[in-house]
Design a protein around this ligand. Structure first.
Ligand code: PLP
Length: 464
């Protein structure tokens, strides 16, 4: 790895003033920060003029890449016309109406109404509140627990972080709160037992869900929330038949499924929704991120008519629907949501993802041959490369060895920004990436992996 250069003026000012999310704060003064100045297409540029392929679409979100002029024009137009308004107290504006209509039209299951938030965390937090509100409305005040999964990621508000099933979001944060239950992670490579087939693994974890429900009592559980593909938990693509089997158990116990489509929505998995790719039958959905291609903050909770009617009837008793965020459904976000969906449709982004998926798959399979790579998993244009100390036994490196973060640093030095989630390197390139750019991304990734291999061997990090 190249020597760390002295910090630039901007880096120093940054570290002196900004608290960085998901960052080892104690190391910042030695690692420095990457200060990005602009972006175009799949590339971003730092303040030193270095170019990077943004292989994570930022945070799984900038599906249209950077500097899309149509998006910039739509934003400018909206800012001129109405830079802010809200939906409280029966106020409204056209972009919110149009976007809600559009979401209903493209939804993978019957959806009749949309509640807007400013982020994915707020959308999932709202999902929980709405599930509670609904069961109070239905006269089932004891039916309130929410099932989530180990390694799930649903955000960082108190409830969204509680739904999240990652130790880093709980340890030290006094989380999870009550009423949240975590069931198994459908990660066969990591959690499958020796000699167990994938089908047997699914049977086992579905039985474990059933046991959990029976232990807790179905009449205490309102909903289960699930990402179609787990993102921050290490890009976990569920095994065949998993969601169908889960759904059967939930149906039996009157527990509704909430699909967290924050990463998978709008084409990422090769269909408009991950729900379609994995045969899920959620009652409600959360969306955010690619909803506006991240050009402005926006989240959405999408619900069917019977649930909405229950809110209406309950509100009649309570007097108001007491929930809402000042910036939920901000006009800028809504205008950009309308524009992003129009672009996804006009430019056939889903078709583009499908056409590129075989290239992505072929290059992921090549990565799987590296000694350092235990598993390379993928779906559409999202993937995870799990680095292991021993390919045969699947033994992981010790977290303190920092092989994942080191690899991310090497990637950066090779002009590629990806994210290390522990020792899994996530890939989620802008959906507009060309075939040539995608191959360039993998060439840079392979180069960095060879360097990481060298480092691991030199430092004898494989020793048990
Ligand atoms: N849900 C999923 C699946 C996510 O990946 C994320 C963020 O990465 C969130 C929710 C939280 O979204 P936000 O960071 O916009 O609050």
């Amino acid at each position: 790895m190249t020597e760390q250069l002295p910090l630039s003026n901007l880096q120093t000012r940054d570290i002196e003033s900004v608290i960085h999310p998901y960052t080892p704060l104690h190391k910042l003064k030695t690692t420095g920060t990457l200060v990005v100045s602009h972006g175009k297409g799949v590339h971003v540029y730092d303040t030193q003029g270095r170019e990077y392929i943004e292989g994570m679409s930022g945070l799984w979100c900038a599906g249209l890449g950077f500097g899309d002029e149509e998006m910039v024009d739509a934003a400018t137009e909206q800012m001129r016309a109405l830079p802010f308004y809200h939906l409280f107290g029966a106020k409204s504006f056209e972009p919110a109406i149009e976007l809600a209509e559009k979401l209903k039209e493209i939804a993978p299951v019957p959806i009749s109404k949309v509640f807007f938030t400013s982020s994915g965390s707020e959308a999932n937090d709202t999902q929980v509140k709405l599930a509670w509100f609904l069961n109070n409305a239905r006269g089932k005040p004891q039916k309130k627990k929410i099932i989530s999964r180990i390694r799930a990621y649903h955000g960082v508000t108190v409830m969204a972080a509680s739904l999240t099933g990652l130790p880093g979001n709980h340890n030290g944060w006094d989380l999870p709160v009550d009423r949240v239950l975590h069931t198994d992670c459908p990660h066969f490579y990591r959690f499958g037992k020796e000699g167990e087939s994938e089908a047997d693994f699914v049977d086992r974890i579905v039985q474990s869900l059933r046991d959990l429900i029976e232990r807790e009592g179905a009449d205490t559980i309102a909903a289960m929330i699930a990402e179609p593909v787990m993102g921050a938990g290490g890009v976990v693509v569920p095994p065949k038949g998993y969601f169908e089997a889960i759904q059967a158990v939930l149906d039996e116990h009157d527990i509704m499924l909430i699909a967290d489509e924050v990463i998978t929505g709008f084409g990422r998995t090769g269909n408009w929704w991950g729900t379609e790719t994995f045969n899920m039958r959620p009652k409600t959905l959360s969306a955010a991120k690619q909803l506006t291609s991240a050009y402005a903050p926006l989240g959405a909770v999408m619900v069917p008519e019977d649930i909405y009617q229950a809110y209406v009837d309950y509100t009649a008793q309570l007097g108001t629907f007491g929930h809402g965020f000042t910036y939920g459904g901000h006009p800028l976000g809504c205008a950009l949501g309308v524009k992003a969906i129009e672009i996804y449709q006009r430019r056939d982004i889903v078709g583009h993802v499908r056409r590129l998926a075989p290239v992505f798959e072929a290059r992921m399979k090549r990565l799987a041959e590296f000694e350092l790579v235990g598993e390379a998993r993928y779906c559409g244009l999202v993937g995870g490369v799990e680095l292991v100390a021993d390919k045969t036994t699947r033994r992981a490196f010790k977290p303190a060895q920092g092989v994942g973060p080191l690899t991310a640093k090497l990637l950066e030095e090779n002009g590629l920004i990806l994210r290390a989630m522990g020792d899994t390197i996530g890939l989620c390139p802008p959906m507009v990436i060309s075939e040539g750019e995608l191959n360039e991304l993998f060439d840079r990734l392979e180069k960095a992996l060879r360097q990481a291999e060298e480092h691991v061997t030199k430092e004898k990090l494989r020793a048990a």
